[in-house]
Design a protein around this ligand. Structure first.
Ligand SMILES: Nc1nc2c(ncn2[C@@H]2O[C@H](COP(=O)(O)OP(=O)(O)OP(=O)(O)O)[C@@H](O)[C@H]2O)c(=O)[nH]1
Ligand SMILES: [Mg+2]
Length: 419
């Protein structure tokens, strides 16, 4: 089964906590603080792997979590760093944040690495907090925690040339003639169910050609296999529009041509992609007349028409000659620009609200602060109180109406309000 769109969640490892510890040794009284720092959490890293061709693996495993950093310990021992988690994706995978729609990465090159989520920083051990006036700090900093992010992975194949056209017109046969690819070929519609890529080597320039399932009228609206496979020609520089010029299935090749052009319009910018026509099945009766009609139909446009027969392998020098002539004049393969993170108007470090007789203070900064305090220790409590004052929490509580002795709740811990 071919899968080219999936949702996964990923989370970088949290940083380990800093340790609170004091040096202990025989005959040494009141040894100094020796709590080590927490280790950094592991990052989530993407790697574009040229041996992968679908996103199928992600259907069975959707959650990706890098290791947390280890906690610090006594004797200034630093916690172990969490291992990075490497996620292999096929070349051409785009990675979008499902919540904001932001494009985080376009893994367009084989071997490309991209740090998707950076691991959390380890917290400082108490040794960091020793000062001349605070020789025995009884607190340490917790590690940075990392959020779970949901991503949509979408595979958009990387190819220079894309073959498009009705089912059964001979797209896969053409690919098999000009490249070493061995796609399935058969005399019925929708033989090709997933894109095939092949490299053309024998025409003086190497380039990649993509063959996708056939399109039908209404593909835009989901008829047939729909237009979802057009994402695999979205990055191509040139489209080769294949028509059954003999009209061997009773359709008119000129109408076919126009219908497919309409479907390309339905897929947005593909209509403006440069295209040439491969008029295939020239070996069959009626082909010559239709070729003349198609040429007349396209007179006045810059669309070139090349008669070929994939069955008898005729006409390919001209068709391929045109491709290698045109390709160098076209822009490079489309690479999607990674969108910069939109920095939200600075998130409020905390909020204060009143609920019955309680004043509730919330916010990530508060969680971090609370996590670093040792409530058994007076010094640590003083530090806490000073931090609340310097961060404006005390003022905000007063403004909200809190008075001496009222109950304040900060991250589920209750305190008496003291000015
Ligand atoms: N007579 C003749 N038959 C051809 C030619 N090219 C392809 N065919 C036949 O047309 C049929 C369809 O060929 P495919 O290459 O599978 O067509 P396709 O466009 O890839 O079809 P889908 O994958 O279903 O969209 C097969 O039976 C081929 O043998 C040709 O030049 N002349
Ligand atoms: Mg095919």
């Amino acid at each position: 089964m071919f899968v080219d769109k999936v949702k996964i969640t990923a989370k970088a490892g949290n940083g380990g906590n800093g340790a609170v510890s004091f040096h202990r040794e025989k005959f040494v009284q009141n040894g100094g603080p020796d709590g080590g720092d927490g280790g950094n959490g592991g990052s989530v890293i993407l790697l574009a792997d040229e041996n992968m061709h679908t996103l199928m693996d992600f259907r069975y495993k959707r959650k990706y979590t890098a290791d947390n950093g280890g906690n610090g310990s006594a004797l200034l021992c630093r916690g172990k760093s969490g291992q990075d988690l490497i996620i292999k994706v096929p070349v051409g995978t785009t990675v979008r944040d499902t919540k904001t729609g932001r494009l985080w990465a376009d893994m367009h090159e084989a071997g490309q690495r991209h740090v998707l989520l950076k691991g959390g920083r380890g917290g400082w051990g108490n040794a960091h907090f020793a000062t001349p006036t605070r020789q025995a700090p009884n607190f340490a900093k917790p590690g940075q925690t990392c959020d779970i992010v949901e991503f949509e992975l979408e595979l958009k194949s990387i190819a220079d040339v894309g073959l498009v056209g009705y089912p059964n017109v001979g797209k896969s046969t053409i690919l098999s003639v000009v490249t070493a690819a061995k796609p399935k070929i058969a005399n019925y519609h929708f033989t090709t169910l997933a894109p095939n890529l092949g490299i053309c080597r024998q025409y003086g320039m190497d380039f990649v050609m993509a063959d996708i399932p056939g399109l039908v009228e209404g593909a835009c609206d989901g008829v047939g296999l729909g237009i979802q496979f057009l994402r695999h020609v979205e990055r191509t520089r040139l489209l080769v529009h294949v028509v059954d010029i003999a009209g061997s299935e009773g359709r008119d090749p000129i109408e076919d041509f126009e219908h497919i052009c309409d479907e390309l319009v339905g897929y947005g910018n593909l209509a403006e992609r440069p295209q040439i026509v491969a008029a295939n099945k020239m070996d069959l009766p009626g082909a010559e007349e239709n070729l003349e009609r198609l040429r007349r139909h396209l007179r006045g446009t810059d669309i070139e028409v090349y008669p070929v027969s994939a069955a008898t392998r005729k006409g390919f020098d001209e068709l391929m000659g045109a491709i290698v002539r045109i390709l160098p004049t076209l822009p490079e393969t489309l690479v999607f620009e990674e969108e910069p993170e939109v920095v939200m108007t600075e998130e409020e470090p905390f909020t204060v609200r009143r609920e019955d007789d309680y004043y509730i203070v919330e916010g990530k900064a508060m969680e971090q602060l609370i996590g670093s305090i040792n409530f058994q220790d007076n010094q640590s409590l003083n530090y806490f109180h000073r931090s609340l004052r310097s961060r404006g929490v005390i003022d905000a509580l007063r403004a909200a109406g809190a008075k001496e002795g009222d109950t304040v709740v900060i991250c589920d811990m209750e305190f008496d309000f003291v000015e």
